[in-house]
Design a protein around this ligand. Structure first.
Ligand code: TYD
Length: 212
């Protein structure tokens, strides 16, 4: 049985981490070896790049710097974790991947898609998830959930953006999902954890049965 690559996407407070944990538990109960990871991050070097990307501070981060660091983290994550895990036949459950770059740096920041396309070409032309689950919910609700979760560290560099930014992120995600219905499943995340988890399982079940 080949490995499977599944990414989870959504705006702030969509409940991705909880749903990934629940999906991982369910897959393990079905005898699947699961590798749960996240972006930016997932390897020691990529986690250091993540810290650079999320930290707030006095030095403004140019959009090009943000974009390049995202792909730098992704390059080492793919080479040192995702591809080896898939080659071993594992299921990789990834909290965000390149669709997040199109949504946040493209939709949110307004960078031209062509710039992102160029970096995709350099870093991972062919490595796309088998399935991408978009946990979608109204921005207002997501931000309310996310702010309840902010601990002593306060919001990270993205969480300080204004609401209009997250509206653009949501629209960009939905546009990508609509354009690629074969890979994406849109799951309404403004429901109970159990209801969302049931839809996540339903979206993954065909992959367990060998569907492309
Ligand atoms: P994440 O850990 O999913 O944060 P949260 O759990 O708060 O949603 O992602 C960290 C931040 O990085 C998130 O605000 C989105 C941002 N991000 C991008 O802007 N571009 C990307 O390509 C990725 C992977 C993440």
């Amino acid at each position: 049985m080949p490995g499977r690559f599944v990414s989870f996407e959504g705006g702030e407070g969509a409940g991705k981490s909880t749903q990934i944990e629940r999906a991982a538990e369910w897959l393990r109960s079905r005898s699947v070896t699961v590798n749960v990871t996240r972006e930016p991050g997932g390897t020691p070097r990529a986690e250091r790049l993540r810290a650079l990307l999320l930290e707030r501070g006095d030095e403004p981060m140019p959009q090009s710097c943000e974009l390049l660091l995202m792909f730098a983290a992704r390059a080492t994550h793919l080479a040192n974790r995702i591809r080896p895990a898939l080659a071993r036949g594992e299921w990789v459950l990834c909290d965000r991947y390149t669709d997040a770059t199109y949504a946040y740096q493209g939709g949110g920041r307004g960078l031209p898609a062509a710039q992102i396309d160029a970096l995709v070409g350099i870093v991972h032309a062919g490595d796309w998830p088998d399935r991408t689950l978009l946990l979608d919910l109204p921005v207002e609700q997501g931000l309310a959930r996310a702010s309840r979760r902010n601990g002593v560290d306060g919001p990270d560099r993205f969480e300080t953006e204004e609401r209009a930014f997250f509206e653009r992120v949501r629209r960009a995600y939905l546009a990508r999902a609509t354009a690629e219905p074969g890979r994406f499943r849109i799951i309404a995340a403004d429901r109970s954890l159990d209801e969302v988890a049931a839809d996540v399982r339903a979206a993954l079940e065909p992959l367990l049965e060998g569907a492309p």
